[in-house]
Design a protein around this ligand. Structure first.
Ligand code: HEM
Length: 483
């Protein structure tokens, strides 16, 4: 033992907060809104910051270069996910793409998701996204004060419509309520530390009457229902020849219905709602907050739409290339408050070395994209909402398309669909509504501290820009074919 101790070189870890001889420095790892303190630490220690202790290693990556070097170029070693016992194993969420370990099952589900969600395949869903944007406008016209729930419903409807092809009435009845209830539990369960079994996995063997085991079993039933029922529904519709186009329908027609393929299709499709609805919802809410706080930027974007497309025209996804300022607003929304500020954590398979530092096997690897979004810039203050930074040839700002959707082999498979959703929703809101603060009710930007950081409740005034805009909304809604 002594010989091994003497001959094994001491590992060289990336810098980090001071370590204690027994506990290391893991206790210095921030738990609440970790992206703020981690970004502060990056200013002190650099692009790589490490934490370790009690057998755990965490490496935080604070630059796009370091993230791409490891998560992209060394993707075969850096594409595992940390294991969460409660959510993954006990609730069964680890059977779907986001939490699946890197390996053949994950590869198969990714292949299926990619075949239905690549940029060519998703073009056929644009009319549905535009119809759902029109239905959102109608709801905002009738009950603007409920904009949080209208936006949430719209984001969910888009993902369900594309995944399963259900019309709006069936989506709401068959899916959304149950999905929302399930996501509340999944949301709690993905925060490490909320359930002690994540730190002490042997506790998973406790008897079924123990409250957290009972809760996990209930969660497992909810998750199973969420992925199984809509899948069975589409399968029945396909066999009766009445299925509407959707990713699931396409997969059922493409792949033989062996038990393995059925499992892959069911779970790859079943994970899209959780991954796709909340992120689109959060981004749209942040857009509304930004517009209310920055009326000058809102007016400038509206004036671009009026000038380029003419009054009375609701922007369509295909109009985006003609609306550079509006596109810069969308990029700035994603940069100003990234909805996944620490992306989604990875885990290493084998031990590795990077820039002369040791990265042990089984390390947590955290891409701190907040540090990229808030990289110091002399010309434009990173804290301020300034879409112009994306149109300035004199400086380089990393486009959120390069970091907001993740990296390498695990990059978000819904990226193209999500980008189209934002192009269907946000420009049309700009063209039709004015969003402003309510007098006596100032907006204090505050955000959830969970994995997805969406705004805490805030109030805004949402009114049609003119009586012509109101008329336009009603006419467009009446023309929706996807209901
Ligand atoms: C604004 C909207 C969205 C944002 C910002 C976003 C962002 C992300 C990020 C950062 C990841 C982690 C990737 C990594 O580990 O490197 C991810 C994963 C994922 N996203 Fe998205 N996403 C969005 C919308 C969507 C949509 C609409 C869908 C599906 C229809 C979707 C499906 C997924 C799935 C299945 C994963 C897991 C991928 C894997 O682990 O292999 N996302 N997303």
């Amino acid at each position: 033992f002594l010989l091994r101790q003497l001959t094994t070189p001491t590992p060289r870890f990336a810098p980090g907060p001071p370590t204690h001889w027994l506990l290391g420095n893991l206790l210095s790892f921030p738990t609440k809104s970790a992206w703020f303190p981690l970004t502060e630490l990056s200013r002190k220690y650099g692009e790589l910051v490490s934490f370790r202790g009690l057998g755990n290693n965490v490496l935080v990556l604070n630059s796009l270069e370091a993230i791409n070097d490891l998560l992209d170029r060394k993707g075969s070693n850096y594409s595992h996910r940390p294991e969460l016992v409660f959510c993954g194993e006990l609730m069964g969420v680890n059977q779907g793409i986001p939490m699946l370990m890197y390996g053949p099952e994950w590869r198969m589900q990714r292949k299926m998701a990619a075949s239905g969600l690549n940029s060519a395949a998703i073009r056929k869903y644009i009319p549905i996204q535009e119809d759902l944007a029109a239905l959102l406008a109608q709801k905002l016209l009738d009950t603007p004060e409920d904009f949080f729930s209208h936006v949430r419903l719209t984001a969910g409807r888009i993902v369900v419509a594309v995944t399963y092809g259900f019309p709006v009435s069936e989506i709401d009845r068959l899916y959304i309520d149950h999905a929302e209830e399930t996501m509340v539990l999944v949301g709690k369960a993905t925060v490490p530390g909320n359930f002690i079994v994540d730190f002490f996995p042997f506790l998973k063997h406790l008897p079924s009457w123990v409250p957290f085991i009972k809760l996990a079993a209930h969660g497992r039933d909810m998750v199973s229902k969420l992925v199984t029922e809509p899948y069975e529904h589409v399968k029945r519709n396909v066999s009766q020849g009445i299925a509407r186009p959707s990713v699931t329908e396409q997969l059922l027609r493409t792949f033989d219905q062996t038990p393995e393929n059925e499992h892959h299709i069911k779970w790859s499709m079943g994970s899209l709602y959780g991954a796709g609805a909340e992120t689109t919802y959060a981004t749209t809410l942040i857009f509304m907050m930004a517009m209310a706080l920055h009326p000058d930027k809102q007016r400038k974007a509206q004036s671009e739409i009026d000038t380029v497309l003419g009054h009375g025209h609701i922007p369509r996804v295909e109009d985006a290339p003609r609306l550079p300022y509006v596109c810069a607003v969308i990029k700035e929304v994603m940069r100003w408050k990234p909805v996944l500020p620490l992306s989604i954590a990875r885990r290493t398979g084998d031990a590795d070395q990077y820039r002369g530092f040791d990265v042990p096997a089984n390390s947590f690897v955290i891409p701190n994209v907040w540090a990229i979004a808030f990289k110091p810039c002399e010309k434009y203050d990173p804290q301020s909402f300034i879409p112009e930074r994306f149109l300035d040839d004199e400086i380089t700002v990393e486009d959120p398309a390069l970091w907001a959707f993740g990296f390498g082999r695990r990059i978000c498979p819904g990226k193209a669909l999500a980008e189209n959703s934002l192009l269907a929703l946000l420009p049309s809101l700009l063209a039709q509504f004015d969003v402003s603060p309510i007098e006596g009710c100032p907006i204090e930007p505050a955000f959830k501290e969970d994995l997805i950081s969406y705004p805490e409740p805030f109030k805004v005034r949402i009114v049609p820009r003119s009586s012509e805009a109101e008329e336009m909304i009603r006419t467009r809604t009446a023309a929706c074919s996807f209901v």
